[in-house]
Design a protein around this ligand. Sequence first.
Ligand code: PGA
Length: 265
Amino acid sequence: MKRQVVVAGNWKMNLGPGAAAEYASAFEPPRTEASVKVVLFPPTLAFSALREALRERGRTEVELGVQNIYWERAGAYTGETSPVVAREVGAAWALVGHSERRHLFGEKNSDVARKTRAALESGLLPLVCVGETWEERQAGRLTEVLESQLTPVLEVIQEVGGSGPSGAPAFHLAYEPVWAIGTGQTATPDDATQAHGFLRGRLVSALPGAESQRISILYGGSVSPSNVRELLAAPEVDGVLVGGASLDPLSFAELCLAGSEAGGA
Ligand code: PGA
């Protein structure tokens, strides 16, 4: 089955409103909306500037998301971002469970599940990130770790329903080995295929057939214009989640072009 190819850029805590507007004027992804979905996750404080600048340039096909949300809608939660307000300002997506949130800010698997639910209930499309550390991989615990990260999320999906409006998938997944993030050390296409195949198997066993097949599984971790095509050609790799190489509009446009080729444009 042909799945939606997604090329997503996670700016992390980089680029403010001014830089975001400059980015939008230099960013020329291919106009092949059907074959690739392009998503940017700017820092919260640059979100509106980026949205406005993309709109002025007529690039409204570029979808936007927030890098993190809280699981409550509103209240005394100093410093947190409401999923409802994220939706109100124009976010369509929310990154959930990025490894930096898990490892630097102590997010647990149960928190990731609560955030997934909050995203779904607020009309945001969660991009749920999973992945093992180097030590876990060396200890032969890859599938055990992926399983423990994915299971609570699947329980939420089973409860809430695995399809969004008009049969669109309720969420997407990103496999991001922690040892490959920001290190320049990319997983090989075979490594990615192995992990993605395991995740696909779990989706298939937990969700109804058509639903489980519509969910895209993105690879993330030191993706660049020089390795993106071989990663996208790997079986079960349906897109990429990119950190460092998404900060430059020219290199990110190159990644989007590779995505549109993979999507059949
Ligand atoms: P990287 O980051 O591309 O800089 O390795 C990926 C990510 O953290 O999503």
